[in-house]
Design a protein around this ligand. Sequence first.
Ligand SMILES: C[S@@+](CC[C@H](N)C(=O)[O-])C[C@H]1O[C@@H](n2cnc3c(N)ncnc32)[C@H](O)[C@@H]1O
Length: 239
Amino acid sequence: MQYTKFSFPLNVYAHALCLEEGHFHYLHYGFNLQQGIHQAQQNSTDFVMTKLPPVPADILEVGIGVGTTGSQLDNAGYNYTGVVPDPVQIAYCQDKKLHLIENRFELMPQEVQYDVILFQESAQYIPTHTLLQKANALLKPNGQILILDEVTTELIEKLEQLANQFGFDILAQQDFTEAAAPSLGYLIEIIYKHRRALLQELQISNLQLSKLLYQLEIRNQGYQDKTFSYMFFQLSKQP
Ligand SMILES: C[S@@+](CC[C@H](N)C(=O)[O-])C[C@H]1O[C@@H](n2cnc3c(N)ncnc32)[C@H](O)[C@@H]1O
């Protein structure tokens, strides 16, 4: 299965990375871009791995991307499950032999519970109150949510109140804006650079790509004027 068939705009991110770098392993920002995008993206996942409980633990990853984090968790000895609504990502990861569920996180059945639910740049697609409510239902007692994502400054302020409302304590929060924001500049740059090939090879319209670039530029501006931040949150389910 071709990653070029991923849902828009993930197909753009994946193909831009491939055209620029020759290959790609993740669909998230990286930390410390000066080390190159591949290492920077791995730095981000390495950080998340340090926040996991020891093996064996049941981990649910929301938004599997190309299954790189899933494979690392599986190889490390975790009981890994990934959930994603995009059947193309599931087909793309077929050779990795991971336990994958095709669904939106919000709609997952609730008969299985997990120790950790990981959102690495997937929390932004789910309304925060829905995310917390569903995570509460899917976590074992004392289970944890790990989120690494871009958020509005307004949400950071509201999160403590929301977390409590839905039965969570915030154990840790860390601002990675400075380390992660240059990745967005890089992404915008490579989309502009490979614009012609992206339009031809992904069969997307000029208007679609222009709108995406506009949204990314706004986000980039948000990082400059501090209306957006790239944050890590660790939340623990209250007993
Ligand atoms: C920016 S990508 C990040 C992928 C991967 N976590 C990584 O770090 O490379 C966002 C991911 O979230 C997934 N996603 C979006 N909405 C979702 C939802 N409602 N439930 C589960 N996954 C979702 C996308 O399909 C994609 O896999």
